[in-house]
Ligand binder design. Structure first.
Ligand SMILES: C[S@@+](CC[C@H](N)C(=O)[O-])C[C@H]1O[C@@H](n2cnc3c(N)ncnc32)[C@H](O)[C@@H]1O
Length: 199
């Protein structure tokens, strides 16, 4: 699979990947990681977790992917076509402030995306999704209706989803991702936090 460090793309084979994962029993996937700041903060805060940030766009990843942490890896891939090397490994998924086709797949309950996601998860995996009002408005949804639609699609795909929790501008300001900060100080600082578990 294609990984990135700074401006350098590296092809990581299965043997090297498994070597890096040895000694970690919890693997977190940050899907649509953007510039990768959240993944870096997570890896720093939880040295016993291995954190994989995935995004389809490499340009934003140049800065944070330089970090040399043993438990952090950035992968260039589309959420709809996740690398087979991840199969069955991931115990926790975060999707923070998705937009574009990532948000579109959640809203459509796209089976390719849902099956691909399920294929990388380990039994009982957990999920955090943070949705923002502006991204949903762009796709023709209100924040509440969009979140409800995504909850239903996740439940249909086998997730047990809790009631969404509101993130206000204070919560967004304190959340360690670049997009959260932008939203907190922007025109539409509304977000909802969904949590769930694979049943
Ligand atoms: C609004 S940004 C959020 C970035 C980051 N999660 C944060 O909180 O700062 C949404 C990200 O989703 C990524 N994205 C959108 N569609 C995607 C897809 N189909 N596969 C992978 N990444 C995708 C974009 O490239 C972008 O980096």
């Amino acid at each position: 699979m294609e990984t990135i460090r700074g401006r350098l793309s590296l092809d990581l084979d299965l043997t090297d990947f498994y070597t890096r994962l040895a000694n970690y029993n919890r693997i977190s996937l940050d899907l649509g990681t953007g510039d990768g700041k959240f993944a870096l903060c997570h890896a720093e805060a939880f040295p016993s977790h291995f954190v994989i940030g995935v995004d389809s766009c490499r340009e934003n990843l140049h800065e944070y992917s330089r970090a040399k942490l043993p438990n952090l890896l950035y992968v260039i891939a589309s959420a709809q076509s996740l690398p087979h090397e991840l199969s069955g490994l991931v115990s926790h998924v975060t999707i923070n402030f998705p937009w574009g086709s990532l948000l579109g797949s959640l809203l459509a309950g796209d089976s390719r995306f849902m099956h691909g996601l399920a294929s990388v998860l380990s039994p009982g995996a957990s999920l955090d999704i943070r949705l923002n009002g502006g991204a949903l408005t762009e796709q023709g949804w209100s924040l509440i209706d969009g979140a409800e639609c995504i909850c239903e699609n996740l439940e249909a795909a086998g997730w047990r989803v809790d009631n969404p929790a509101v993130m206000d501008s204070h919560a967004l300001r304190n959340f360690p991702s670049t997009w959260a900060k932008r939203l907190a100080f922007g025109r539409d600082p509304r977000a909802l936090h969904l949590t769930g578990n694979l049943e």
